[in-house]
Design a protein around this ligand. Structure first.
Ligand SMILES: *[C@@H]1O[C@H](CO)[C@@H](O)[C@H](O)[C@H]1NC(C)=O
Ligand SMILES: *[C@@H]1O[C@H](CO)[C@@H](O)[C@H](O)[C@H]1NC(C)=O
Ligand SMILES: *[C@@H]1O[C@H](CO)[C@@H](O)[C@H](O)[C@H]1NC(C)=O
Length: 413
């Protein structure tokens, strides 16, 4: 295309755009260019996930604080039983892992009959919800404060090494059972990376991966147009910011400036970036915007950008052979080789034809790396009309996706 598209710009934009595109969908009656992101009331204390979204619906819910080995304190919720059926012994635990720039609340935005977490509880599972470091209920550390740049010195590698094992170990110890795992977006990336290193395999029984992300190369094509228009200067200055807060001024200003460009139509543009979600409900989207997006580390966004640029799944690249040697003992960052995921691990993948973040061509690359997987252990679902957010909020997700997940988990004994 001859466009000078830097990956950092592309990723930053596309991930932020996920929220904007939802908000600016004409069918939802919002106006183009109204940025709820910047005007959120940051002074109101957030209600906890249990009290704000679970107990109200008539379910039991427990909150836990879990400490990672590098000092982060993560919030974890448990919904031990459904509305009927009670507390049977030895229920099968399921852990839900959200994506980047959102938190565990994303599993609870629709009505009880449409939200995956509550559907699983009503289907007899013991449901656990993770919240990764940096998100509102997990902005805690034993010594560091979120205002301290060192608090934000991590990428998704650290979720693979610290957050995911910590939470899986915790659920495993609490329940005494191997777990079923459900990931969306970055929640699939960190699981695939961990499994490829043989981590957690002994504690995971099966995994359902929605909008799977491992390769991101094909995002760039769709994003080239934007990136060419982008305000590279602003993005560069963002990279210096330790916390990447999509509701914060630097990011909001960047997006506002971008959309003020007369050459850009934000509606079309953002639709093109993230995919056209087919099936969102206005009230669910409103609730989503009240709760999300959440912060992540700028370094994490840079790492995701490297994945776009390199077309290979690797650990964070320090951008300098000496630094890489210092961290990895090699000049180049080690690759996560997904062909090494144990071939007998039961996997269910569901991806959408309209998903611009989990592009079908990138999913094809992922499936190619799984081509030696035991045939009867790999189920793949393709949903032509679905884009990224439909998997967590779509009104038809129960019928199309969640019932399949429940059936898939129930097949594993
Ligand atoms: C949209 O969400 C509201 C509130 O949760 C719910 O009452 C309504 O049934 C939903 N509509 C559809 C089509 O699912
Ligand atoms: C960030 O953490 C790495 C270790 O992962 C360390 O080498 C580096 O010095 C830290 N950077 C800052 C700015 O603290
Ligand atoms: C990944 O592992 C497979 C076998 O486990 C091997 O054939 C392949 O060459 C590896 N790929 C890379 C990029 O190292």
């Amino acid at each position: 295309m001859g466009l000078n598209c830097t990956p950092s710009v592309a990723v930053v934009l596309s991930l932020c755009a996920l929220f904007l595109v939802i908000e600016s969908h004409p069918a939802l009656g919002s106006n183009r260019g109204s940025f709820g992101l910047a005007t959120d009331d940051v002074t109101a204390p957030p209600a906890g996930i249990c009290s704000g979204a679970v107990i109200l619906q008539g379910y039991k819910c427990q909150e836990f604080d879990v400490r990672t080995d590098d000092g982060y304190i993560l919030s974890v919720q448990r919904i031990p039983e459904g509305r009927v059926g009670g507390a049977a012994k030895n229920k099968q635990p399921v852990l839900l892992q959200h994506g980047v720039l959102v938190d565990g609340m994303t599993w609870l935005l629709s009505s009880p009959d449409e939200s995956l977490a509550l559907i699983l509880a009503d289907s007899g599972f013991d449901v656990w919800i993770a919240n990764t470091r940096g998100t509102r209920f997990s902005r805690r550390h034993v010594t560091l404060d979120p205002t301290d740049p060192d608090f934000w010195n991590w990428t998704w590698d650290d979720m693979v090494t610290h957050d995911l094992p910590t939470v899986i170990d915790f659920v495993f110890k609490q329940t005494g059972n191997k777990i079923h795992y459900v990931g969306h977006s970055m929640g699939t990336l960190i699981a695939l990376a961990a499994f490829s290193e043989g981590k957690q395999i002994d504690k995971v029984k099966a995994a359902a991966l929605l909008s799977p992300i491992a390769y991101l190369s094909h995002m760039t094509t769709a994003l080239g147009v934007v990136a060419a228009k982008a305000f590279v200067g602003e993005i560069t200055s963002l990279i210096g910011v330790a916390e990447f807060n999509p509701k914060g001024e630097p990011v909001a200003n960047f997006l506002k400036a971008l959309c003020a460009d007369p050459g850009l139509n934000c509606y079309d543009l953002l639709g093109a970036l993230t995919g056209k979600n087919c099936c969102l409900n206005v009230s669910t989207v409103d609730l989503f915007l009240k709760n999300e997006p959440q912060s992540t580390a700028t370094k994490n966004m840079v790492h995701l950008a490297q994945t776009v640029r390199d077309g290979v799944l690797k650990k964070y690249d320090y951008g300098n052979d000496n630094f890489n040697v210092e961290h990895y003992g090699e000049a180049k960052p080690p690759v996560y080789n997904l062909s090494n995921i144990p071939h007998n691990l039961p996997l269910f993948l569901s991806y959408g034809g309209q998903d611009a973040l989990s592009d079908v061509r990138d999913v094809a690359t992922l499936l190619d790396s799984l081509k030696l997987h035991d045939e009867d252990k790999l189920s793949v679902q393709y949903i032509k009309d679905y884009a990224h957010a439909d998997f967590i909020m779509g009104v038809s997700a129960k019928d199309i996706v969640y019932n399949q997940i429940v059936a898939f988990f129930k097949r594993q004994n």
